[in-house]
Design a protein. Structure first.
Length: 317
């Protein structure tokens, strides 16, 4: 069982500031959008600027993360990365759907775009509705989805669910996992993950996490390649396939998404740490504060994103 004395995380801050080069790329994309926007006459006077703003937010992301310099080259991979970041920030479903409406509309106006945006909301992992704030999975939902994945031999789904439930990994972090990473984690007692914004976190292993990593290593033998990628298939397509599988097999009234497993991990960790601190004689308030901080660090949110952590823990705070 994870105890606080061994709960050591090393946080190395990544570079979050936008560089001069990123800003220059974004300004170039904005000029292209401004030129396109002047010829758009559809929609209401309020909808047009809102949709443009949504697309410009996407442009800021692709300028920083992908260095894309022409709006014609934006594709599903970039949209998936942008929406994944927003989901990780616990943005509401209505906000995410509005963003995608704007992005799709503006993109459709690019007459000579090299690609077509094919990813739907389910594949992006956008929740069905906002009235359910608690996005955690129940134990039965986890077990049932793992069982279905094994029956259908969808090991990409099985391991992405198992890893995220045990370690709180984001979906793209699951697909970055390699045999050497897993073996090193078992040897050192913690998994080193480079997450959002370049932030590095070391996640101590529970018994459950060790068992998952051992299964993970035995899958497809040894090697240095990323284990869950399906041959030469692009990673964002592999991740979309996982989201699609979950959307297909969840209950008819269900709203679970893969990212909800990260919420589940956060709640499980909070309850575990709270119990530990209380057993050590801390007051309830101090125990809650310490447990919350442990979760905040474990998720890689840092001191500036505690509000996001609170949304993850809405069912227990």
């Amino acid at each position: 069982m994870l105890i606080a004395d061994n709960f050591l995380y090393i946080i190395l801050k990544g570079v979050f500031a936008v560089t001069d080069k990123d800003l220059a790329i974004y300004n170039n994309l904005k000029i292209q959008i401004d030129k396109l926007y002047r010829h758009i006459n559809q929609l209401s006077i309020n909808s047009r600027p809102a949709y443009k703003s949504a697309f410009l937010r996407l442009c800021k992301h692709v300028a920083k993360e992908f260095k894309v310099q022409n709006i014609r080259n934006i594709n599903d991979k970039h949209v998936y990365s942008y929406i994944s970041d927003k989901i990780d920030d616990a943005c509401t479903a209505s906000y995410l759907k509005s963003e995608m409406s704007g992005i799709r509309f503006i993109y459709d106006q690019i007459g000579d775009a090299r690609y077509r945006l094919k990813t739907n909301n389910d594949e992006l992992g956008i929740p069905e509705r906002d009235n359910i704030k608690d996005r955690t999975w129940t134990d039965s939902e986890v077990k049932n989805m793992l069982k279905i994945a094994l029956v259908e031999k969808r090991y990409d789904v099985y391991f992405s669910i198992a890893l995220s439930k045990a370690l709180g990994t984001r979906l793209h972090e699951c697909f970055r996992m390699t045999h050497p990473m897993a073996r090193k984690a078992l040897k050192q007692g913690f998994l080193r993950i480079k997450g959002k914004g370049g932030l590095i976190r070391n996640i101590p292993l529970t018994d459950q996490a060790r068992n998952v990593l051992r299964q993970f290593i035995s899958y497809k033998g040894r090697g240095n390649s990323r284990i869950l990628n399906d041959g030469d298939k692009k990673t964002h397509l592999c991740m979309a396939a996982v989201q699609r599988f979950i959307a297909k097999h969840r209950s008819t009234d269900g709203t679970i998404t893969h990212h909800g497993l990260r919420h589940t991990y956060a709640v499980d960790l909070y309850n575990r740490q709270l119990e530990y601190y209380l057993s050590r004689g801390l007051s309830t308030d101090k125990a809650k504060a310490r447990a919350f901080q442990d979760v905040n660090v474990a998720l890689g949110h840092g001191k500036d994103r505690k509000d996001v952590t609170r949304r993850y823990l809405c069912s227990v705070l």
